[in-house]
Design a protein around this ligand. Structure first.
Ligand SMILES: Nc1nc2c(c(=O)[nH]1)N[C@H]1C(S)=C(S)[C@@H](COP(=O)(O)O)O[C@H]1N2
Ligand SMILES: [Mo]
Length: 315
């Protein structure tokens, strides 16, 4: 079962969304009174996810849980939007270790549980905007990537951060066989200042629950001002490097996908416009399209990172 629920409510009586809303209200009230740390756990599994609501969240209404967990991109489990929900249960996510290495004073292999015990989990409601023209608003549970990076002490010559997804063809159907959609493992990268930005998080849950496998369990990146494909899933390695690292989609199709991948309504994808987006979970294919905002609505916080750069060249 992907979802843990309070033990005293039968699963048939609630949806995860109802559960989330009531717990969120409880936490909001508790956070306002400075009490969040003292709340009772709902269950052993959910105990880690008494996340404190973050002021960095958008005020937009979250996309329904069912849509967030059934309309996915995770090519290790197939190329259709429904494939990850159908196939990703084959990935073992416990135990899980993440190597943080490269140009750092203290290269470390972290056990995920140890990381979770040492950080404050926050609920961050961020917009995920996909290059194919759809968007979702997702209540992630996570913590700043900077919390992990500062622990390994990046050296002065570290300029970029490279990320790697697990390589496990035995457990990932899309990594087996003849026709490979991408080169494995899936890799991504950020400039060090982008990686250290407070909006950049590692997510371990959504809607207050453990991250479902199809959404990148047990730990995935979320960079809210960039297109969804930068948000690499099921991370096992984070390396501090001097040169701009390779990224999966750029390697596959460099004309369509650049290293920066900032959401930019003024720069079209070569095959379609990026000016509007279709919100998932609001009336299907007939939903009203919304105008796409520069940096996905986070311009005030992140535009400075790109001062003086021509974002048509660095797309
Ligand atoms: N390892 C891995 N990470 C990945 C992908 C992938 O295929 N493999 N797809 C990316 C793309 S294209 C998108 S839009 C987002 C989708 O995240 P979601 O399924 O949680 O909405 O994950 C990104 N991270
Ligand atoms: Mo995507």
């Amino acid at each position: 079962m992907l979802i843990s629920r309070p033990p005293f409510i039968r699963p048939s009586e609630i949806t995860p969304y109802d559960c989330y809303v009531s717990r969120r209200e409880l936490l909001m009230g508790a956070a306002a009174m400075g009490l969040a740390a003292g709340l009772p756990s709902w269950s052993a599994e959910a105990a880690a996810f008494e996340a404190i609501p973050s002021p960095l969240s958008t005020a937009d209404e979250p996309t329904p849980f069912e849509d967030i967990t059934s309309y996915n991109n995770y090519y290790e489990f197939g190329v259709d939007k429904g494939d990850p929900a159908a196939n990703a249960h084959t990935l073992t996510t416990k135990p899980w270790t993440i190597s943080v290495d490269g140009l750092v004073a203290r290269p470390t292999e972290f056990h995920l549980e140890d990381v979770l015990n040492s950080v404050t989990l926050e609920e961050r409601i961020y917009r995920l905007r996909c290059v194919e023209g759809w968007s979702m608003v997702i209540p992630w549970v996570g913590f700043p990537l900077s919390a992990v990076l500062s622990r390994v002490e990046p050296l002065g010559n570290a300029k970029f951060v490279a990320f790697e997804t697990v390589l496990r063809p035995d457990e990932m159907a899309g990594q087996r066989g003849f026709l490979q959609a991408l080169q494995w493992p899936y890799v991504e990268g950020l400039r060090l200042d982008e990686a250290m930005h407070p909006l950049t998080i590692l997510a371990v849950g959504l809607y207050g629950e453990t991250l479902p496998n199809q959404n990148g369990a047990p730990i995935r990146l979320v960079v809210p001002w960039k297109y969804g494909f930068k948000s690499i899933k099921s991370i096992v390695r984070i390396s501090l490097v001097e040169k701009q690292p390779e990224t999966s989609w750029n390697r596959q199709n460099p004309d369509e996908y650049g290293f920066y991948s900032n959401v930019n309504p003024e720069v079209d994808h070569p095959r379609w416009s990026q000016a509007t987006e279709r919100p998932i979970g609001q009336g299907g294919l007939f939903a009203k399209r919304n105008p796409t905002l520069p940096f996905n609505g986070y311009a005030e916080q992140v535009a400075d990172l790109y001062a003086g750069m021509d974002l048509r060249v660095f797309y």
